[in-house]
Design a protein around this ligand. Structure first.
Ligand SMILES: Cc1cc2nc3c(=O)[nH]c(=O)nc-3n(C[C@H](O)[C@H](O)[C@H](O)COP(=O)(O)O)c2cc1C
Length: 401
């Protein structure tokens, strides 16, 4: 049904206009009393086995909407209505900015991918903070991540002050805070991923968040897939050294390898970050690097090319505590979260886990890691370490359908 609508309407529209139209409908539907509850009932997860505790937060499941879809935090409830377990808003910059000139969003339908050079178009930290402050707090309020970045006109040398400004304004409304240093569309931004630049930046944001709120706001850093493996390790070490709460991997790539789309068209599109299916392999690889380096000491959020429940499952069993997606939402439509949740529920059961938490990292955990039986499955289920499912068993999709 959605595929038909996509081919008939959205595919023929300018991608950014289609985004605004779809987002308008989502917000409209969620503003109708009763309808929001009804849609949520159909689309949001109810399986207790999916309930997730990460970053000190309780979530109905592990699957969230990645940053960039709702840059200004205007449609959080509508997105939660569609079944996202949490919504990461932003990137929000210290000051408002229009972003890059249009066209700046492109579809590569044959690759199930997008290229964007939006350039952090957003209303700025003051306006978004005021909007979040005005939100009523109810028991159904979804978990909100707030992703912050550098204002384009701010010099690299003054970047820390710009992030601190956003933190001071936004931290108290964030269930978790993300320092985005990995968008390819703000000149120089990705230089901030170098550990020498990142250390003072993250330390300053941590301090600012602690000054702004009485409680601990979890702080994460979002990294690019284009980092060399050693640099991924270096960021992981830094995150541990600074006592960060987690890492989000990955943002879009500047790479263009392995695309089916006509190379001339790709060339014509020009600069921007590539997202969607072509990012899948590298995003999983970066997750594996991070897991190996941090060994479960940080919350890992995996994003990049997640399209199916199997993709989400692979991230979870390779160590992701949380998973996010964006591009496939455009191609899959409003039933996407439901399909992911259902598929995850089925895989948890087929693999014999008690719940999702027990599956996290199960493909990389070896028997020596498993000291506490309750860590893996229900204690009554596990008689000895050899009873713990072999990683290859879980990895095989045949066992997890
Ligand atoms: C149109 C668009 C805009 C994006 N804007 C942001 C952004 O503002 N901040 C950010 O951290 N990531 C942004 N991203 C990256 C996504 O959050 C995500 O990391 C990336 O798209 C990979 O996930 P996917 O393959 O599921 O799309 C954007 C992605 C797209 C497609």
């Amino acid at each position: 049904m959605y595929k038909f609508l996509f081919d008939l309407v959205f595919k023929k529209m300018d991608p950014e206009k289609a985004h605004h139209l779809a987002f308008f409908w989502i917000r409209l539907a969620s503003s109708v009393p009763g309808l929001r509850t009804l849609v949520r009932l159909v689309l949001a997860p109810r399986d207790r086995a999916l309930r997730t505790r990460a970053l000190g937060l309780d979530l109905p499941g592990p699957f969230g909407l990645a940053a960039g879809f709702d840059k200004n935090g205007v449609g959080i409830d509508g997105l939660a209505m569609l079944g996202f377990d949490y919504v990461e808003i932003g990137t929000i910059t210290g000051e408002p900015q229009p972003g890059n000139p249009a066209p700046r969003l492109f579809r590569l339908v044959e690759d199930r991918a997008l290229i964007n050079r939006m350039g952090f178009n957003n209303q700025g930290s003051a306006r978004v903070a005021a909007r979040l402050a005005a939100r009523p707090h109810t028991s159904s309020t979804p978990v909100i991540g707030v992703n912050i970045g550098k204002t384009k006109v701010v010099e690299e040398a003054d970047a820390v002050a710009d992030y601190v400004k956003s933190t001071e304004r936004l931290a108290k409304y964030a269930d978790y805070l993300v320092v985005n240093v990995s968008s390819p569309n703000t000149p120089g931004l990705r230089n901030l991923q170098a550990v020498d630049h990142l250390r003072p930046l993250l330390a300053a944001v941590r301090e600012a968040a602690d000054r702004a709120t009485a409680h601990h706001v979890p702080l994460l850093v979002k990294i690019a897939p284009d980092l060399a493996d050693e640099d991924v390790d270096a960021v992981a070490d830094l995150a541990l050294e600074l006592g960060l709460d987690g890492i989000i991997a990955t943002n879009t790539t500047i790479g263009r390898e392995g695309l089916r789309a006509d190379p001339e068209r790709v060339e014509e599109i020009g600069m921007g970050g590539l997202s969607g299916a072509p990012l899948k392999a590298r995003a999983l690889e970066v997750l594996q690097l991070l897991r190996a380096r941090t060994g479960g000491r940080l919350t890992l959020v995996s994003v990049g090319g997640v399209e199916t429940a199997e993709d989400a499952w692979q991230r979870i069993i390779h160590g992701a505590d949380l998973v996010q997606g964006y591009s496939a939402f455009i191609y899959e439509g409003p039933f996407w979260c439901r399909r992911i949740h259902r598929g995850l529920s089925a895989r948890i059961r087929a693999a014999g886990f008690r719940d999702l938490a027990a599956a996290v990292g199960s493909a990389v955990r070896d028997a020596s890691d498993v000291r506490d039986a309750s860590d893996v499955r229900d204690a009554s289920d596990v008689r000895d370490a050899s009873d713990v499912r072999d990683a290859s068993d879980v990895r095989d999709p045949k066992n997890a359908s």
